[in-house]
Design a protein around this ligand. Structure first.
Ligand code: NDP
Length: 475
């Protein structure tokens, strides 16, 4: 761990109620303890409308060729009633329930019962048992990192089926997309409700639970920090990584297969979306150990936001480009295709390099080279709930000297590339870049608020040294 610690005598701790020069009644650098009206309003909005937004997008492809405006116009002009749209919507089927149950059970099996073997033969890959970051209560959890292996096994079976066994059609996901949506919702709500009940009655670590006193906030943002069943089944790692992200590339492959079935060819835009998003997904699994140090695992508690979001929002809305291209097969000119590819690859390069620079810096405690030089940094300290003092460092070299979240900038460039691959006929494929811009800007502000609570005046020194958030000189 990069953080060093030094225990304070408990008497001294009791007297001391300042942290890094800031007065605090308790150490509160984890998730918020108090809910402001804006957060509450956003949460209520999302709880009420996020499931409808997902339904609206998928329904508009199914019934209106991916036009987001046609259903609204039809409803407003009285040409259609809500009941007409609802009655045309495919219902939950036994087939979809069977496929989904098998899918989730298979991913649980791969996660829980097959210890990682990839790290034994893939040079540079970090898998097997790894440690997460220090929690606000001062605990360090262990994780079995075997996501790459789960992804490889799942995809090998997919291709073996598509080219050899023919147990099912590779278009199976597309063909059952709406019935599967109901299954994903059932799991998403079941896991979120279970996490809430578990947080109240049998938490894995009571010290790392947070109750704000606001039911909706706690349901949405979670109570437990790292809910687990048994020693190894970690809710955050499993739901963040497995049913949604392993499925992401399979969903895109299913869309490509559907294009092939419908039009006798797969367009270059579909190939670009499959390749660029495939790189992003593979990167996630190759760097799963690094992922333990990201905000999702390090700071977010497990509630509806992660539980339902990973089961429904991610697989359904992150794959809209491929879905759109089934209904509107776009064949890009060579120059446009190269432009999209270059934007996607440069975005990915920035995203990966920035994340790698921080990971290397933190892993080696600053004893490394960034762009050929020893990195510069700001020394900082923070305290956990039990009063233990930790030391850490904030790097000001490499991309981290350009902006405080240049990794998000790279991510946004890649996201824009997926959207541009779909041409300009409809706005639906552009939902992703709009959403990612809101998500990452909000995340940036949320993270900085948390870092300020954690590091106090040291964080201020850092923001003076690196004044911009995402785009140097602008924002
Ligand atoms: P970061 O990887 O940027 O992590 C932020 C944390 O890093 C801070 O809380 C702080 O943690 C530490 N930190 C901040 N500044 C410095 C510094 N200068 N030097 C060293 N450490 C620093 O954020 P995320 O976890 O949100 O994102 C990780 C990646 O995942 C990003 O590339 C993002 O684009 C991507 N992402 C993708 C999403 C998607 O849906 N596709 C969603 C969310 C993220 P500490 O307390 O340890 O100091």
């Amino acid at each position: 761990m990069a953080a060093h610690q030094e225990k304070k005598p408990s008497e001294e701790r009791k007297r001391k109620n300042t942290q890094n020069g800031l007065r605090t009644s308790q150490v509160q650098w984890g998730r918020a303890w108090e809910v402001d009206w804006f957060s509450l309003a956003s949460i209520l909005f999302l709880l009420a409308f996020a499931p409808l937004i997902v339904y609206y997008f998928i329904m508009s492809c199914d019934q209106y060729q991916c036009s987001l405006t046609d259903p609204l116009i039809a409803l407003l002009t009285g040409n259609k009633h809500l009941s007409d749209i609802w009655n045309k919507t495919p219902t939950l089927t036994y087939r979809a329930a069977g496929i989904y149950t098998l899918w989730v059970a298979f991913q649980v099996f791969l996660y829980v019962f097959i210890p990682d073997f990839c790290h034994k033969f893939l040079p540079g890959y970090v898998g097997g048992v790894q440690e997460g970051a220090v929690t606000p209560a001062g605990a360090v959890n262990k994780y079995e990192i075997n996501g790459l292996q789960a992804w490889i096994i799942t995809h090998m079976l997919w291709f073996a089926n598509a080219y050899y066994f023919h147990w099912f059609s590779p278009t199976i996901i597309f063909d059952n997309w709406i019935p599967l949506l109901w299954c994903a919702n059932i799991l998403g709500y079941a896991v979120s409700n279970f996490a809430m009940i578990k947080g109240y009655f049998f938490p894995t670590s009571a010290k790392d639970c947070k109750f704000t006193g606001n039911f909706f906030y706690d349901y949405m943002m979670g109570i437990e920090f790292n809910p687990r069943i048994g020693k190894w089944f970690d809710f955050k790692l499993f739901f963040n990584g497995r049913p949604g992200i392993v499925a992401w590339t399979l969903i895109n492959l299913s869309y490509a297969a559907k294009q092939q079935e419908l039009y006798g060819q797969v367009t270059n835009s579909m190939i670009l979306v499959n390749v660029l998003q495939g790189i992003y997904v593979l990167d996630f699994f190759w760097n799963e150990a690094w992922y333990l140090k990201t905000i999702d695992i390090c700071h977010d508690h497990f509630g509806w936001y992660l539980g339902w979001g990973d089961c429904v929002w991610l697989p359904y809305l992150y794959t809209l480009q491929g879905l759109y291209l089934v209904y509107h097969p776009v064949q890009l000119g060579t120059a446009n295709a190269i432009g999209v590819l270059m934007l996607g690859l440069i975005g990915y390069y920035i995203f990966r390099t920035t994340n790698h620079q921080k990971d290397l810096f933190r892993r080696t405690n600053g004893n490394c080279k960034i762009w050929g030089k020893k990195p510069e940094y700001i020394e900082c300290s923070y305290m956990s709930v039990d009063g233990t003092k930790y030391y850490s460092k904030l790097m000001t070299s490499g991309f981290w000297g350009w902006a405080r979240h240049f990794n998000y900038t790279g991510d946004l460039m890649g996201s824009l590339a997926y959207c541009l691959a779909c041409g300009f006929e409809h706005i639906l494929p552009y939902f992703y870049i709009v959403y990612m811009t809101i998500l990452l800007t909000h995340r940036c502000i949320r993270d900085e608020h948390r870092c300020f609570s954690k590091y106090g005046k040291d964080w201020k020194r850092y923001t003076s040294a690196v004044p911009y958030r995402l785009i140097p000189g602008i924002f």
